[in-house]
Design a protein around this ligand. Structure first.
Ligand SMILES: *Cc1c(COP(=O)(O)O)cnc(C)c1O
Length: 223
């Protein structure tokens, strides 16, 4: 046993006070942690888990296939691996290019595959090398996702830049989210907020918080 279930319970209590009756989904980010930790957290009834690397994510989803968990893929999606990820990931948070959507749509006609929830990841920094589409490409990409048979456009995702107050970054994200809702009013998810900035994200409309270390404790390595 670890402290993670107790930390999850404490986190959910804090969130209960902060969310003011809004529906919020907590995605517990378990990257670098063993599958046993996910099982322990799932035994408390929690169902949403996030991972950022294939094949680590696949191995966990496979090992826990009997638990009915919802898997969120948060990391950069390589075009070559994208369809493999879409086999086990229920929600893709990191759609960042039209080419990636093309890759997700490819394959043999008649291939059986579930339609996946998709979020367009926005790059809120000026560094084009960071993950996510630049804001001026948002509409074109969101429209491409909306037109994709393999995906259901759900909204936007972003990580706050390191050199900016999270609140101001999330305020911009909320405005970008509105641009996506003009394309599809039902695409109203905002995936934003991590262990260090979830309160700011919540203030600016986050519907999905991605919480790692505050619940899991420090990652074993590299993450
Ligand atoms: C690791 C990760 C998180 C969780 O970060 P914490 O600071 O541990 O809460 C959230 N989002 C993404 C995209 C991540 O890669």
């Amino acid at each position: 046993m670890t402290d993670a279930p107790a930390r999850l319970a404490a986190f959910l209590e804090d969130l209960e006070e902060a969310r003011r009756a809004r529906e919020v989904t907590v995605v517990v980010v378990t990257k670098f942690h063993p599958v046993e930790l996910v099982r322990e957290l799932a035994s408390t009834g929690h169902r949403h888990f996030g991972e950022n690397r294939h094949p680590e994510a696949r191995d966990k989803a496979d090992a826990l296939g009997d638990l009915g968990l919802t898997w969120h893929f948060l990391g950069q999606l390589q075009r070559k691996k994208a369809r493999q990820v879409a086999r086990y990931a229920d929600v893709l948070h990191s759609i960042d290019s039209v080419e990636l959507v093309d890759a997700l749509e490819g394959g043999e006609p008649g291939d059986e595959r579930p339609v996946r929830d998709a979020l367009v990841q926005l790059n809120l920094t000026d560094d084009l090398a960071r993950g996510g589409v630049a804001p001026d490409g948002l509409e074109a990409l969101a429209e491409r996702v909306a037109a994709a048979g393999a995906l259901r456009l759900r909204g936007v995702m972003a990580v706050a830049p390191l050199d900016e107050e999270p609140a101001s970054a999330f305020e911009r994200l909320a405005r970008h989210a509105e641009r996506v809702r003009r394309i599809d009013p039902s695409a109203d998810w905002i995936s934003a907020g991590m262990s260090g900035d979830w309160r700011e994200a919540l203030q600016h409309g986050a519907t999905h918080l991605r919480i790692g270390t505050a619940i899991t404790g420090n990652r074993p390595s590299g993450g």
